[in-house]
Design a protein around this ligand. Structure first.
Ligand code: FES
Length: 220
């Protein structure tokens, strides 16, 4: 798969990101997301470009890019699919989801299908355990999944049929999600609800029972 070149226009957008922060190097994580939105990965050229814009060494940028698993050093497919493999999701069906996904697509962790449509990843807890087992598509939530729903989801993505996150947002591509993560507004901020009833259940019970958390030592 050929990796898209970073052009002068892209460097202008990287400069926009760097200018948002009082200390320019604070823009590095958003800039790496931006590079990934353009290239589908963080390539050595992408690392060099970020270093030049921020007046850092390539080694300093590479140290950050290689620390976080969200930044890939191989080209991702159009869609990134994550399956939470942490305890609660795993017990409630996450392991079955992962098995179904790998068998359906014929690839494993951090691998991409030969048609460049899908990259899959075993991911850690997404803080959405109330709706386990959880998957993500381009980092949008797919809550309370099961193997049948997963199969249907893959078919829709393959054919380009519209797919919505179970929380409302229309799924487009990992490239669009990376651009959003970089800090460029996609105008969809109101497409998803803040929290559903299951997420607020604990808070409701605590209020009903007048429960309070102990004050930590040294907290006034
Ligand atoms: S264990 Fe999967 S979202 Fe928490």
């Amino acid at each position: 798969m050929s990796v898209k070149e970073i052009t002068a226009e892209h460097i202008e957008e990287l400069e926009v990101l760097a200018a948002k922060y009082p200390v320019r190097r604070s823009a590095l994580l958003p800039m790496l997301h931006y590079v990934q939105s353009v290239q589908g990965m963080v390539s050595p050229k992408g690392i060099q470009t970020c270093a030049t814009v921020l007046d850092l060494t390539p080694a300093e940028v590479a140290a950050v890019a290689t620390f976080y698993t969200m930044f890939k050093r191989f080209p991702m497919g159009k869609h990134h699919i994550g399956v939470c493999i942490n305890t609660l999701c795993a017990l409630l069906g996450g392991d079955d989801l992962w098995k179904e996904l790998t068998e359906t697509l014929g690839i494993g962790h951090d691998e991409t299908t030969s048609d460049s449509m899908f990259t899959i990843e075993r991911i850690e807890c997404q803080a959405a355990c109330t709706v386990a087992p959880v998957m993500t598509v381009n980092w949008e939530f797919m809550d309370s999944m099961d193997p049948a729903k997963l199969k249907e989801l893959i078919e829709k993505l393959k054919t380009g049929a519209p797919v919505q996150s179970t929380r409302g947002t229309l799924i487009t591509s990992i490239s669009d999600s990376e651009r959003l993560l970089a800090g460029f507004n996609d105008g969809k901020v109101n497409d998803s609800p803040d929290a559903d009833d299951s997420m607020l259940a604990g808070l409701r019970v605590a209020k009903e029972r007048n429960m309070t958390a102990p004050i930590g030592k040294g907290v006034r």
